[in-house]
Design a protein around this ligand. Structure first.
Ligand SMILES: [Cu+2]
Length: 192
């Protein structure tokens, strides 16, 4: 029993070391450009793999803001019925579930003419998703190129809804911890 418990400990430590490479990541939206007008956020998200447990952080001048909105409002740059409204220059969202989330700036014309809209699609944790995320990190950084200013003919978007201080969900899942826990449970079952 003495020898096998030593082997068990070694195995658990090895698994923990592997699992630690899958720790959730934080992405700064827009990279070094941050959250601003005339940044192409489709180029920023291209090639990235956002995994449940990751976070995205918007960094912006205080005259901008961040609204999480429904898909249809994202498409039309409508700011009148957001899920949540954030300001202050530094806003982090936890990607707690798989699916696509939509974010805009509500300052008139910043979304519609100024490209301040981004959608982020999150996938469940898996080994292949983790590998894709790691590969994207290792590859050449795809800096979002500023896009050409849109013409000024577009109608301005509706004004922002009354500011609220809704915060994002408090849960923060760490997939690696879950993986290590499962592996440990399996090993304990085998050793018993
Ligand atoms: Cu703005």
């Amino acid at each position: 029993m003495k020898a096998s418990s030593g082997a068990l400990l070694a195995a658990v430590m090895a698994i923990a070391a592997v699992a630690s490479t899958a720790v959730a990541k934080d992405y700064t939206v827009g990279g070094s450009y941050g959250w601003d007008t005339y940044i192409d956020y489709d180029k920023w998200t291209a090639g990235k793999t956002f995994i449940v447990g990751d976070t995205i952080t918007f960094k912006y001048e205080p005259y901008h803001n961040v609204l999480e909105v429904p898909e249809t409002d994202y498409d039309s740059c409508t700011a009148s019925n957001p899920f949540s409204v954030h300001s202050g220059g530094n806003t982090t969202f936890e990607l707690t579930d798989a699916g696509t989330r939509y974010f805009i700036c509500s300052i008139p014309r910043h979304c519609l003419n100024g490209t301040m809209h981004v959608k982020v699609t999150t996938v469940p944790y898996s080994a292949s998703a983790a590998a894709a995320a790691a590969a994207a990190d290792a590859g050449p950084s795809a800096a979002p190129l500023p896009s050409a200013p849109a013409d000024e003919q577009h109608k301005s978007m509706s004004p922002a809804a009354a500011p609220s201080t809704a915060s994002s969900a408090p849960r923060y899942r760490q997939p690696a911890v879950a993986v290590a826990g499962l592996a440990l449970a399996a090993l304990v079952a085998m050793a018993a």
